[in-house]
Design a protein around this ligand. Sequence first.
Ligand code: CTP
Length: 401
Amino acid sequence: MSLSDKRILLVVAGGIAAYKSLELVRRLRERGAYVRCVLTNSGAEFVTPLALSALSGDKVYSELFSLTDEAEMGHIQLSREADLLVIAPATADLLARMAGGQANDLATTVLLATDKPVLAAPAMNVRMWLHPATQANLAILKERGVVLLGPEDGDMACGEFGPGRMSEPMEILAAVERHFANGGVLAGRRALVTSGPTLEAIDPVRFLSNHSSGRQGHAIAAALAAAGAQTTLVSGPVSLDDPPGVEVQRVNSADEMLAACQAALPVDVAVCAAAVADWRPRHSLAGKIKKGDGHAPAIKLVENPDILATLAAAGPARPTLVIGFAAETENVIEQASAKRLKKGCDWILANDVAPGTGTFGGAENLVHVIDAQGAESWPRMSKAAVAQKLSSRIAEALGAG
Ligand code: CTP
């Protein structure tokens, strides 16, 4: 497969396996990829900047605080202009610093600043690999979407035997090719996400709505699209940017939201994260209601269609996986489990929106994922991390990747 025009940023950390990264650069370039290298200080103990630079045909970046590096190529740009970041070898220390969100050298700063997929090929001593600290760091990184390749079992340079050898350059190359061939674990799948509030008109200037920010729904659409799904986001009015690579349908009312969702079918997965107004005024008046004789008008409400329940009961057009949210303030898991059954969806993400939790409209979320098997409680995390974790769970359930 040709990798022509693909831009790879290769991070080379300090392990004996770094010599294999020279071969990797050659193989990537043979296939037409542009390769730029970031070499850590310890990496430079194993391979020289000159060797990497000669093979990549480009300058090698090492220093976070180098004036010339920053003038030519800022570290943010360095990470953003790549299509894929590859870490080979990924040492125990580098993985730990990534898991901890550190940015204390150029490599970790680039890895923290990137919004691009990251593929890591770990290499370390077998005991370091098996250590619970390393395993915990790997679990965190996996959860955040880092793709891990290897390590392999075998004789190690330190004389021990077991898992810890970095995958061979050709294996890493194949993983890079797979990445671009697949375009992500959800490539070929279709996803539908609802987000934001709905807005139900009373008259041309007044409406009923709620405080939903749309942050969680938008983050889910972004994560599904980043995993390769062809994603439609049906959103009520929000003040967020459109997520990259997502087809956005803007609507106001619940009726419009339902129609846009039905038009997006068939899909493999539907995630209903919108805070749909439960009711709408029976009549939306064409003219503005006047104060008149001082009596407040009575607004008769009718129930809105339940979009989640409608999608879950869509017969042959039903998405394979229908996922809802349940905003609850008490007996969260119990109420949400009952809601899952009532609405006929496969999973429900229960979030605690009791006053003081800061969930509604906030940047973080505390969710319990409820399916037919029971409830799984996720730690409090950013809405982007919830989206990432949900996307991985969806890919697994759809047998993707
Ligand atoms: N939902 C929907 N259409 C509606 C109402 C809700 O699609 N008309 C979806 C939401 O997007 C969410 C789930 O249903 O995924 C749960 O919404 P929630 O407001 O928590 O539940 P309600 O059914 O409104 O129940 P209640 O307000 O009584 O808790």
